[in-house]
Design a binder for this molecule. Structure first.
Ligand SMILES: Nc1ncnc2c1ncn2[C@@H]1O[C@H](COP(=O)(O)OP(=O)(O)OP(=O)(O)O)[C@@H](O)[C@H]1O
Ligand SMILES: [Mg+2]
Length: 390
């Protein structure tokens, strides 16, 4: 049996060496509630979703970014690959959670080597884990007013990356690119939003220990208004401040759809599944008042946290130029939530529609699937859009 696997491996390597393995990436987003995978074909600036699957994960299979139930995750990934008929080997894996960091830094600047030293030195100051335990990438976003350089630094803890990578590789796939989910989100925003200010083109990854890319935009210019991009998922809500489509501030708030489900479960004495069903039915009405009360209460707590995150950003940067808010994630369908965000921030709130720019064959997906994909699939689309590394 062992010999058989080795031979297949050798054949794969030969085919790969001969350029016979298609250089296409499958985006894999492992969220707390489900695994989402997708394949997007890019041709002459058009994008077409050709494969998609979402497979639920059992409760607590993943907590924050740590895998609690390897078997369950492996099974869900395997089912997703099967359902979407994924035969392609290469994966772009998204990571998020407390073992990942994204931060904008102001550096003195200099040549590549000097910049690398500055990034590492700064990273040592603020990373919640030792620099040698993580992969760090960065990209330059432009000169700042002090004459130095603004740089976005992304870091991910190596052991967390390894834990996800080894499960995917045990299914015969190859993790070719690793990206932060928040960066994947901003890439879809850049593609699909109708925001005229956007100019960036981010394509960084964790293939190399250290990475840099360039863009000449000075996002500090006071005149450039900011936008918020908010992903309201299951275990967490990701809050991103964008300037010209560039993420200048990212914060993860540990409140999401599961916070509501767990509270319904606790207060009504029902199972997690039953609580999920009650929550999902709530938008259409006809659910007990106590369910709506729980939803409204947790919506309120979440909106307060979003406001606090934004106030923190304003205090740190004096930038109160907020122009609009775009939301995504499965929990945007909660009743009253978007209205509450709108009234609290006083700006327009819209739901990101990835299908503004991404095409698909109507016969491939039904309306429910499309609706779910439009909210929950966005991160996996952003991952699937990444270029195959040269
Ligand atoms: N119709 C609906 N009404 C309310 N909530 C919904 C509805 N459909 C899905 N959700 C909620 O959306 C959440 C799943 O969204 P999503 O797939 O974006 O999260 P995730 O990626 O799994 O989680 P995370 O990003 O936090 O790890 C769940 O909490 C689910 O209950
Ligand atoms: Mg998610």
């Amino acid at each position: 049996m062992k010999k058989n696997i080795d031979i297949q491996d050798v054949i794969f390597k030969i085919r790969e060496g001969l350029g016979l393995v298609p250089k296409e990436l499958i985006g894999v987003d492992i969220g707390q509630s489900s695994v989402k995978i997708s394949k997007i074909v890019t041709k002459n600036d058009t994008y077409k979703l050709v494969k998609y699957a979402s497979v639920p994960l059992p409760e607590a299979a993943i907590i924050e970014d740590e895998i609690q139930d390897e078997e369950a995750l492996k099974e869900a990934l395997e089912d997703a690959f099967k359902e979407a008929k994924v035969t392609e080997p290469y994966i772009c894996l998204g990571l998020s959670g407390p073992n990942t960091v994204i931060k904008k830094l102001q550096l003195a600047g200099g040549d590549d080597e000097e910049l690398e030293d500055q990034v590492i030195w700064e990273a040592e100051q603020y990373l919640p884990f030792p620099v040698e335990d993580c992969n760090i990438d960065w990209y330059v976003i432009g000169e700042n007013m002090g004459g130095g350089l603004d740089v976005i630094v992304c870091a991910v803890k190596k052991d967390v990356l390894e834990s996800f990578k080894s499960i995917i590789e045990s299914l015969g796939k190859i993790v070719k690119v690793v990206d932060l989910c928040s960066i994947a989100l901003t890439n879809i925003y850049e593609l699909a939003s109708e925001d005229d200010d956007i100019e960036s083109n981010i394509n960084n990854d964790f293939d190399d220990e250290v990475f840099e890319s360039t863009s000449s935009t000075d996002v500090n210019k006071v005149l450039i208004p900011s936008s918020l991009l908010i992903d309201i998922g299951s275990q967490a809500t990701v809050f991103i401040v964008l300037k010209k489509g560039i993420p200048v501030f990212v914060k993860e708030i540990i409140i999401g759809g599961a916070s509501i489900t767990e509270e319904i479960q606790r207060q009504l004495g029902v199972t997690f599944r039953e609580a999920e069903d009650l929550k999902k039915m709530s938008a259409g009405g006809g659910v007990p008042d106590d369910v709506l009360m729980i939803i409204n209460e947790i919506n309120g707590t979440l909106v307060n946290e979003l406001k606090k995150a934004h106030d923190f950003y304003i205090n740190a940067t004096s930038d109160d130029s907020l122009k609009n808010i775009t939301v995504t994630g499965g929990s945007v369908r909660l009743p009253n939530l978007l209205e509450e965000i709108r009234s609290s921030f006083g700006v327009d709130v819209s739901v990101l529609n990835p299908f503004n720019e991404i095409e698909f064959n109507e016969s491939d997906f039904d309306d429910d699937e499309l609706n779910a994909m439009a909210h929950e699939g966005v991160v996996s689309f952003g991952l699937a859009l990444r270029e195959f590394p040269k």
